[in-house]
Write a protein that binds this ligand. Structure first.
Ligand code: PAF
Length: 281
């Protein structure tokens, strides 16, 4: 695997390659990221990954400074997964001057995650467009764990006519159901034992909806209360339409997804579950 830190060198190296499938990351890789690398193989002859902890998408009280940086271990995993080229720029290479031009996503950037992390999706969309301009992939793969991010980027690619297929990769979970995340490393052993409750509650909501329950607000409130009763501080539990992440209307028979974000100790965990059969017939 080639490891490249300059934009000019990435361009030079990739000029003569065939179709490129790209997986942007912020490093601290786990099996969820590696699954995305394997998915990428099906979308291009050359698989490119990036590692860049993007300051623009972190708020002033977010975990930019303590975000885990594990570069050598990441490189070993990427090489073992057969990645061809890793782009890992220093901040001064990627943002040599203050970034003043941004991609400003529409109203969705202020909902759900965006309501609790103002400016987050603007920072994500901006870095991803810049990475796309550098790597020029034909396909890019993003994990479904960051469901809203995937939707924002898919909509950006469509509205900006980017010649890039945006692919969603399934969430990888530990045996007890906890979605793999770099932020799981912030959990103490006791919190780690508690953490699967988030996924269990999403499954319960999914089962209730499949069974015909239509009081979404009631399901959301009950799940939040249950989390908070076990030491969590919940930002949101929300049943939304898969298509646009808006509140379901009418009888809610459209494809739904339930999304949640909650803090446990010093970790803020997010998760979601697509509800394929929304029941209620
Ligand atoms: O999902 C992430 O790790 C980041 O938001 C991304 C897409 C690499 C942009 O910094």
């Amino acid at each position: 695997m080639q490891i490249v830190s300059s934009i000019a060198q990435v361009r030079a190296e990739l000029r003569r390659r065939g179709e490129i499938a790209f997986v942007p990351t912020m490093g601290n890789l786990h099996a969820g990221h590696i699954a995305l690398m394997h998915t990428a193989r099906a979308y291009g002859e050359t698989v490119v990954a990036s590692i860049f902890v993007n300051r623009l998408q972190f708020g002033p009280n977010d975990d930019f400074d303590r975000y885990p940086r594990t570069f050598s271990a990441d490189c070993a995993q990427l090489a073992a997964a057969g990645v061809d080229l890793l782009f890992a720029p220093a901040e001064a290479e990627f943002y040599p001057e203050p970034q003043e031009y941004y991609v400003d996503p529409p109203e969705i950037q202020r909902q759900l995650e965006g309501a609790f992390r103002p400016g987050h999706f603007r920072g994500v969309a901006t870095v991803v467009l810049k990475l796309f301009n550098i790597v020029q992939p034909q396909a890019a793969i993003f994990g479904k764990k960051d469901y809203q991010q995937l939707m924002v980027l898919r909509n950006m690619a469509r509205q900006m006519a980017l010649p890039i297929e945006i692919v969603g990769g399934e969430t990888v979970r530990a045996d007890d159901g906890l979605a793999l995340s770099s932020r799981n490393g912030y959990l103490t052993p006791a919190e780690r034992a508690e953490a699967p409750r988030l996924h269990r509650l999403l499954q319960e909501i999914g089962r209730a909806i499949c069974g015909g329950e239509r009081d979404f607000a009631g399901l959301e409130a009950a799940a939040s209360a249950e989390l908070n009763a076990h030491g969590w501080t919940t930002d949101y539990v929300a049943v939304r339409r898969q298509s646009d992440l808006q509140v379901p209307e009418g009888n809610g028979r459209e494809a739904l997804v339930v999304l949640a974000a909650s803090r446990l100790g010093s970790a803020r965990l997010i998760d979601n579950l697509e509800i394929t059969d929304s029941g209620g017939h």
